[in-house]
Design a protein around this ligand. Structure first.
Ligand code: NDP
Length: 336
């Protein structure tokens, strides 16, 4: 079993030396366990946080441990009556070719319903994050304007498309002309490139009505451009701050926290952070039925960036954090 372990904690962008590629014999599954062969490994921005030992909502990966991650796998050997050899399951096998997992932690996937890789994207955790954060905190009303960045990614693209389903206008922000063109194809009403350096003015011109819901995926310069456009009573679900994940220090310049709090106060903004697990109990069942329906009807479309080879995973992960992915980043683990 080839696997990738954390060798040391990265400072800034992770480098090859922060990982250790090695091989181990996993042995056989015990009672209630199954042996799985990884088909697809999900790469997600949160993994950068797990590499660090800064205090966070989840425990860090320990140095020496296999990097964590959601996986779609095939059952190779089962010691549980719930699964048989050949079943396809969603699990949490991490960055490796095989894993042994408890049957109770797995969910069977039906390849007839949708390509199984979607269990890591539009029909999985990222899709659920978009669904629950937007509907629970963003609460878009008909005719309102919803803005989102990282808008071609698995979270952002779903936020924009659900906004449209709910009768709101969708404003998507992404990096580069190709991604902007894709947002137009997905039906976003306005699509803007944050790399032009002129986002603030472009938002003012193309979104004169202002923004009622800003689904925050990135932070940084995009947030600075969006903040002046937020309407009174705007809702800001704070989902992620990917622009910051590789930062090693705070940017120089004056402390702007006072101005930010001033904006929150005078425009009665509702800024609310969340981690998707919070909403699983309340929304997950509805998510699965709504989203599989929307995907089947073509109301929600998705794009995947499936790349071959476990050994290149560290490179793919850096591509994800830097925006060099185009759609949900997935590793086809044993492909060449
Ligand atoms: P994506 O596939 O969208 O990948 C991240 C994207 O972020 C990049 O493709 C890039 O898109 C954009 N980006 C990176 N750096 C910057 C920057 N400096 N300024 C603007 N954009 C940048 O990722 P996901 O859809 O999986 O995740 C989106 C966000 O949601 C992340 O912040 C993630 O941490 C968060 N998240 C939070 C969860 C929660 O429970 N709270 C659960 C799941 C995800 P582009 O090239 O278009 O700029």
């Amino acid at each position: 079993n080839h696997r990738i372990r954390l060798n040391s904690r990265p400072v800034g962008e992770p480098k090859a030396e922060n990982y250790l590629l090695d091989e181990v014999d996993l042995g056989s599954p015990q009672d209630g366990e199954v042996l799985l062969r990884t088909l697809y490994l999900s790469l997600d921005p949160y993994m950068r946080g797990r590499m660090s030992d800064a205090k966070s909502y989840a425990k860090p990966v320990e140095v020496g441990d296999v990097m964590v991650g959601a996986t779609v796998s095939e059952v190779v050997e089962s010691n549980s009556s719930d699964f048989s050899t050949g079943d396809t399951v969603l699990g949490y096998g991490g960055w490796q070719e095989y894993s042994i997992e408890k049957a109770a932690h797995l969910r069977r996937l039906d390849p007839e319903v949708a390509p199984v890789s979607t269990a890591l994207g539009v029909l999985g955790m990222p899709g659920f994050t978009a669904y629950s954060g937007l509907l629970e905190i963003g609460r878009p009303q008909e005719g309102e304007t919803v803005a989102v960045a990282a808008a071609t990614g698995p979270v952002g693209s779903v936020v924009g498309q659900i906004a449209k389903i709910k009768g709101a206008k969708a404003v998507g922000i992404a990096g580069g002309p190709e991604k902007v063109a894709h947002l137009n194809e997905l039906g976003f009403d306005v699509a803007l490139d944050h790399r032009t350096g002129n986002l603030k003015n472009e938002l003012k011109e193309s979104v004169p009505q202002g923004i009622d819901v800003y689904f925050e995926n990135v932070g940084g310069d995009v947030f600075k451009a969006v903040l002046p456009r937020l309407n009174t009573y705007a809702r800001v679900p704070v989902c992620g701050l990917v622009a910051n994940y590789n930062l090693t220090e705070l940017p120089e310049g004056p402390d702007r926290s006072g101005a930010l709090m001033g904006n929150i106060l005078t425009r009665s903004l509702n800024v609310r952070g969340f981690i998707q697990n919070e909403f699983v109990e309340k929304h997950h069942e509805n998510f699965l039925s709504d989203m599989s329906g929307w995907v089947k009807e073509g109301k929600v479309r998705y794009r995947e960036d499936i790349r071959p080879g476990l050994d290149k995973t560290p490179e793919y992960f850096n591509d994800l954090l830097a925006g060099r992915n185009f759609g949900k980043m997935v590793v086809a683990v044993d492909a060449e």
